[in-house]
Design a protein around this ligand. Structure first.
Ligand code: UD1
Length: 416
């Protein structure tokens, strides 16, 4: 795996067009197989997770062309309902294909995703939703097999507003007869993007963005064109970087409302942030003071994906910051690595307490997950001397040309 070498101490300056959203493009790529036809997706970020998804689509029988952030997927000849373990392993979000393949072929077999860096990651809510639609489910040899002669619309109540379970339920119910109502659905903007795509594909769906989503029919279209929404977590990442490094940057092609909680938290720390309809500008002296506690929650609460990034911004802030992680059990894995740079962080279960230090000094660190890894890069940018970030493959799962984006803003970061 390549390594990135970061030299800290540079202020950030300039404009950056933010990538398309990883968490929107992956479920939408799975949705492309519904009903056949050809889909053209633009603003697709160049990511290793996207490439893993393309491998799955090709395995299923799709013809896929990729060029310059655009993907064209012809799914007329989908002929398989099985995803082998090697393909499932490449990307956890491949579980999204469960609902889509079931809707397309009436059955699906895939290996059950195991735990990951963030914790045990069960899929019980996904399976419960598919069962409610009439699927028979069996599990054997580490694989899940779902089959349904006919899917029927149903009331699905999610015990927790899981993003993935909401998306899987939406995808499967496209093939159901009658109306499906998903209650306690996740409200994340990526669910709205999925709804927008499904509508273009001919699905009657409404309510995404609220906790009740309804699906009631599908008249497949031969051709669908959709632009993937901007990535709110990538946008938060660059904001957090500018906040702690200091400087002034403008992020273009963003929807500031999608990461409003991050903006208000950074404002409370002393950053000057101005929002337009599709851009955000941040000015920061780099000398931050502690703001409000960061408590992660489902959208519209503070995103768990931005927790580690915000923690990086607090490492040198004046005062003591509190973080409460409510979504994933194992989302402080960046903490021991941040301590290697000299950070003062105590953790107790779901809570982390960060006491700002005057100086951090560069050290070798290892990315242990996607956002935690990006947070280590941000920590390196405010450390004296050299920080080598190992295992950056984790970061490349979700950020398009991260090191180039940061160096275009004046950061000193190189690949080795
Ligand atoms: C998605 C995002 C991820 C983000 C997360 C929470 C994608 C590709 N990934 O992941 O970046 O961090 O939302 O915003 O969109 N759970 C269960 N049973 C289930 C499903 C989930 O107990 O069947 C639990 C999970 O273990 C976790 C919580 O619910 O503790 C939230 O998970 P979920 O919303 O499903 O996250 P993902 O869709 O996997």
């Amino acid at each position: 795996m390549p390594t990135w070498i970061v030299h800290g101490g540079k202020k950030l300056k300039g404009k950056l067009k933010v990538q398309g959203a990883k968490n929107a493009v992956l479920p939408i790529m799975a949705a492309c197989i519904l009903g056949g036809g050809t889909s053209r997706l633009t603003n697709c970020p160049e990511l290793s997770d996207k490439n893993a998804s393309i491998d799955i689509l090709r395995h299923l029988g799709c013809k896929v062309k990729c060029c310059n952030n655009e993907i064209v997927i012809d799914s007329n000849d989908v002929c398989k309902s099985y995803i082998p373990h090697e393909l499932m392993l490449k990307m956890r979000s491949s579980v999204m294909y469960m609902g889509a393949i079931l809707a397309r072929t009436g059955e699906v077999r895939l290996s059950k995703p195991g735990g990951c860096e963030l914790g045990s990651r069960p899929i019980d809510l996904h399976l419960k939703a598919l069962k409610a639609l009439g699927a028979e489910i069996s599990e054997e040899g580490g694989e899940v097999y779902c089959r349904a002669k006919k899917l029927r619309g149903a009331n699905i109540h999610l015990d927790f507003p899981s993003v993935g379970a909401t998306e899987n339920a939406m995808l499967a119910s496209c093939a159901a007869e009658g109306e499906t109502v998903i209650c306690n659905a996740a409200c994340e903007p990526e669910i709205v993007d999925l709804q927008n795509f499904l509508r273009l594909k001919g699905v009657k769906v409404s309510g995404a963005g609220s906790s009740i989503v309804k699906i009631s029919g599908f008249a497949p279209k031969e051709f669908t064109f959709h632009r993937i929404m901007p990535d709110r977590i990538a946008a938060s990442t660059y904001l957090c970087a500018a906040a702690s490094c200091g400087g002034e940057i403008i992020l273009e092609d963003v929807v500031p409302n999608h990461f409003y909680t991050v903006i208000t938290s950074l404002r409370a720390m002393g950053c000057d942030i101005m929002c337009g309809s599709n851009y955000v500008r941040i000015k920061s002296s780099g000398r931050l003071k502690v703001g409000r506690p960061i408590v992660t929650k489902p959208y519209p609460g503070f995103p768990t994906d931005s927790q580690a990034l915000m923690m990086a911004s607090c490492l040198k802030a004046e005062g003591t910051s509190v973080f409460v992680e409510n979504i994933f059990e194992n989302r402080f894995r960046h903490v021991p690595e941040m301590r290697r740079l000299g950070a003062d962080i105590r953790t107790e279960g779901r809570v982390a307490i960060v006491t700002g230090v005057k100086e951090l000094s560069g050290a070798p660190v290892s990315a242990c997950d996607l956002r935690g890894g990006a947070a280590l890069v941000l920590s390196g940018l405010i450390s004296e001397g050299e920080t080598r970030v190992y295992d950056v493959g984790h970061i490349e799962r979700g950020y398009e040309r991260f090191e180039f984006a940061l160096s275009s803003l004046g950061a000193d970061i190189k690949r080795q």
